[in-house]
Each structure stands twice: as C-alpha cells, then as structure tokens.
Ligand binder design. Structure first.
Ligand code: GTP
Ligand code: MG
Ligand code: ZN
Length: 351
C-alpha cells in the first residue's frame, strides 16, 4: 500500500501524547508511531512516511522488562538517521494497552499492542466459538482500558438459527458487549463495521488463528494488503500472520492486525478481573464474611445469586478459574523476583 504524507493527528496523536513528547524527546528526535514489530525490527511512521527502525542499545539497556519494549501502536521519540532508517530512543507512556501471558516456561507478560481505542474480539461461528475464551479477552481489554467489541465471522458457514443460538449463548453467559456478526465471503455485516470506524481511532483485532482477522482488514481496505491463509479440516488456522502491524485505512481509521493466539493465558494482575466481574464484586459486598472466597462459605451472596438464578453459573465458573490462575501467576512471579534478586546478589558478590 502507498504510504502518503498525513498529519500526525490522523495517526492518533493528541495533545496528551504531544505533551509527553515535549517532555521526553530531545531536540534532534521527532515523535513517530510504531506501526510494525517483527523480531527486533520496527517500522515507524510520522507525517512524512514510514521507515524501518531499530531501538537504540542505550534504550534497550535501560528497559527493565519486555513490557517496556516498543510495541505496535506506541508513540516514540525517534531519530531519523537517514531517509530510510531511524532509531527509537524512548517510548511515550501508554494510554491503553493489550497484554497477555507469553507462551513458554516463564510466566511473563507480553505487550500485544498499545494505544488502542477498540479491541475487536474475533471468533468464527464455525469451530472456533467459545464463550469462556471470549470472556478472557474481555478481561484483557478491561485491564488495558480498551473498549471491547465482539465480532463473529464466517456467518456464511452457519444457518440463521445457529447464529442466533451462538448469540444467545453469549448473552446467557452474562456478556452484554455489542456483537457484530459478519461474513467476509458474502460481505454481510461489513457495513456495520464500516459505520463504527472513526478517523484517527485505532482498532486492534484479537482472536485465534484462522478466524479471518486479516481477511477482514483486506475487505475494509479493498485490496489484498495482508496475506491470508487457509484453515485445516479441524478449522484451525495456520498462523499466517506473523507480525503485528498497523494499517491506516483511506477513510482514516487504523487497524492493528495480530497473529492468532494459541492460548491467551491468564493475566498475573487481578485488577482487570475484579473490574470485569463487577457484578460478582457487587454481590460480594453482601457476603457474610468480608474475606469470602465465594466457593463454599455460608452466607455467600454470590452462591445465593446462582441458586436463585440471577447469576449465570458459566460466568461464575469463569470468574473462579481466572482468579485462581491469576493468583497462581502472582505466586510464580513473586518467586521469580525472589530468585532474580538473590542471583543478583551473588553476581555483585563476585564482582
Ligand atoms: N467461509 C468463510 N471463510 C473465511 C471468512 N473469513 C475468512 N475466511 C477464510 O479463513 C481463512 C483464514 O483467514 P485469515 O484472514 O488468514 O485468518 P487470520 O485470523 O488472519 O489468521 P492468522 O493470521 O493465522 O491469525 C482464509 O482461508 C479465509 O479466506 C468468512 O467470513 N467466511
Ligand atoms: Mg492473519
Ligand atoms: Zn461470597
């Protein structure tokens, strides 16, 4: 796609970020948005265009965790070394973000994207559909101060009745988030997406591999901007998208495409869980014990609500599971911090 000059406000810059930049960026640095991330390489975009960039060694040394590394959607202080290359010297504070537990042995949080206005939580009506997983994404969005929207793709593969059943399942799970059902094949529902897109706003697509995230962006741009893949017989995608990338639509809205996630894990921080399950938090005020775990205590208002039918058991079950995972994560992280601290001491003893 042709990259043409555009004002920074169209890339999402507002006075808040401008103020941060005025404080953080040196005179020979300019503010630019990180539009792609691919194994240590970045693309940065400002009003003049898009160029590849590296993060400076000094910046990398100064960053304490992977969460502080530049990620797609970030605003940064960038030095333009030449017309074709640049270096990232700092990342501006984020207004909103999406993060998850990274896959692998160590539990570490990983940034998916930053400065997002709306997260499209994408599931396919066919194979991929799973309410518990939807709820995890909703917690993720809540935690990062991102407004969620549910998108059900591949409606061409199910009947109207089946689609209605899926919507019912979501509502029965106690989820009231707006749902848009669409087909990238017939084009049904795409207008609903077009109607809500606003110039200067950033939308991020999240969901399993093969649900049609990149295809949707291609439909919206009207060209084959992104590579898309086929799905296996089991309905599973093949991880076609490998990098996170921000695309500016002609109409002015921005879309971040992300590779499909195998597992989105839990979150390590309980803030998002409590906020997302605010109905359960509200009920817990009426539990007999202030430290009630809502599992088996007498006088538990949460268990009572399930019994009298005002709280969905599935929603409650998800709450309990996410909370347990999050507590486990916190224990792991605390232990690792302890280990890191003591190995740090060893090192300083040697030196
Ligand atoms: N029948 C049908 N197929 C679709 C629809 N949307 C996408 N597909 C097909 O699903 C396959 C996967 O689509 P992608 O857009 O590559 O999926 P993705 O979510 O970007 O997957 P990853 O990049 O691996 O995360 C492709 O063969 C698409 O043509 C749809 O609405 N209906
Ligand atoms: Mg893709
Ligand atoms: Zn209780």
């Amino acid at each position: 796609m042709e990259i043409s000059p555009m004002e920074l406000s169209k890339l999402g810059l507002d006075p808040w970020f401008q103020n941060q930049a005025d404080e953080l960026c040196l005179p020979d640095q300019r503010i630019a948005r990180i539009t792609a991330v691919d194994r240590g390489w970045y693309m940065v975009r400002n009003e003049e265009g898009e160029v590849p960039a590296r993060a400076t060694g000094r910046f990398l040394n100064a960053t304490g965790s992977t969460m502080d590394m530049p990620c797609v959607g970030d605003w940064g202080c960038v030095h333009y070394d030449s017309e074709e290359s640049a270096s990232i010297h700092a990342v501006l504070p984020r207004k909103s973000f999406l993060h998850r537990k990274s896959a692998g042995k160590n539990i570490e949080l990983q940034m998916i994207a930053a400065n997002i206005d709306v997260a499209f939580i994408v599931q396919s009506c066919h194979y991929d559909f799973n309410v518990a997983r939807l709820e995890r994404y909703l917690v993720m969005a809540r935690e990062g101060h991102v407004e969620p929207l549910l998108v059900l793709t591949k409606t061409d593969l199910v009947t109207e009745d089946e689609l209605e059943q899926l919507t019912l399942q979501i509502r029965r799970g106690g989820i009231s988030t707006k749902i848009i059902a669409l087909s990238n094949v017939t084009g049904a529902g795409l207008d609903q997406i077009r109607e809500l897109m606003m110039p200067g706003k950033t939308y991020c697509l999240l969901g399993s591999s093969g649900v049609g995230k990149s295809t949707l962006i291609n439909k919206l741009t009207g060209e084959d901007t992104l590579k898309t893949g086929t799905v296996s017989d089991s309905g599973e995608g093949r991880h076609t998208t490998v990098r996170r990338q921000l695309i500016v639509l002609e109409q002015g809205a921005m879309f971040i495409d992300t590779p499909g996630m195998r597992e989105i894990g839990s979150f390590g921080v309980s803030g998002g869980i409590d906020e997302y399950f605010d109905d359960i938090q509200g009920l817990s005020l009426s539990c007999r014990f202030t430290n009630c775990s809502h599992i088996n205590e007498p006088g538990c208002a949460v268990l009572q609500a399930i019994e009298n039918g005002s709280l969905q058991p599935g929603h409650y079950g998800n709450y309990v599971k996410l909370r347990q995972e999050s507590e486990l994560n916190e224990t792991f992280s605390a232990e690792r911090r302890k280990k890191e601290k003591s190995s740090g001491k060893e090192k300083s003893k040697k030196n």
